[in-house]
Design a protein around this ligand. Sequence first.
Ligand code: PMP
Length: 375
Amino acid sequence: MAFGWIDEQAEQRRRAGLVRTLRPRPADSPLLDLASNDYLGLAHHPAVAEGAAVAARTWGGGSTGSRLVTGTTELHTELERELADFCGFEAALVFSSGYAANLAAVTALAPHGSLIVSDAGNHASLIDGCRLARGGTQVVPHSDPEAVRKALQTHEGTALVVSDTVFSVDGDAAPLAEYAAACRERGAGLLVDDAHGLGVLGDGGRGAPYAAGLAGAADVVVTATLSKSLGSQGGAVLGPARVIDHLVNAARTFIFDTGLAPAAAGAALAALRLLRREPERAARARAVAAELHARLTAAGHEAVRPDAAVVSVRAPSPEGAVQWAADCRTAGLAVGCFRPPSVPDGISRLRLTARADLSEAQIERAVRVIGETRP
Ligand code: PMP
């Protein structure tokens, strides 16, 4: 029977306790949210919602076509100009998602015969970009500049080193300056995904590449998402103008995808302008992360020291992690839960988002609930 094999897979998942289900979130959810990626608490900010509403009223519910046909509005180009300017890059290009931006950047910057050196901790969208690219991929151990250097040494020709700036599961930062140095020794390009760095790291949230002194570099390209700190939806690539022009002409997820919805562009632009006006939001997210980490550690939890706004807490087992997250939810606290096979290292953990808009009382409550529900 067609698709009959799906039932077998579903049964295997059930037996392994790995079934995933969707849980619709009501608009008036009573849960304290430490599970989302809304690092700056901007998704519900009135100015961001208004940016979306005004853009939808002005430009319509959709962008009406691919970017090269009718899907580029003046709002898109305004957002691209301001994003590039904020992060310190020559040019930017927005996409319908960060996932599409990563597929575009990796495939367009790794032609046939090239080598892609990919950090083992990279996000699925970078991994998929490597799979789609014409170049060959070598995966190197996580955050290991020496391994990157070695991989580049044995290759003659075009090479691209690909890494997250902040890894989404543990929230640890990549050694960007060392990666850049390894690239420069061999004339390789560096492509970094700043999904979890933009809005949190660097002066006023200008991102991890800015913090590492790599903003505007001719050999550095950055991808980002508009869906985390900027509280909207969509993705972006930032870099030298010739790289951006190349993507416009060569990146399939740019050329064949409908342009970013105007409401998403309007919301992202409003969030970006807010971030410029209120640069302290980025530092506050980092301070909340540090405080969460300190309190959890003091309470005897094993937590990874946060480099950005993600705090990862070790769980005793995959089942323990699931139970822990469920008990937190029952107690009114939403937390993320990572377990194999989502984590290749086999370590299960809770993932907490240190939102800039969390109050002291909320931080205290979160730590108390995590302690009381510990398996
Ligand atoms: N890169 C990283 C590191 C991410 O965590 C995510 C989102 N989970 C993405 C890219 C994809 O971005 P988007 O959700 O905008 O498609």
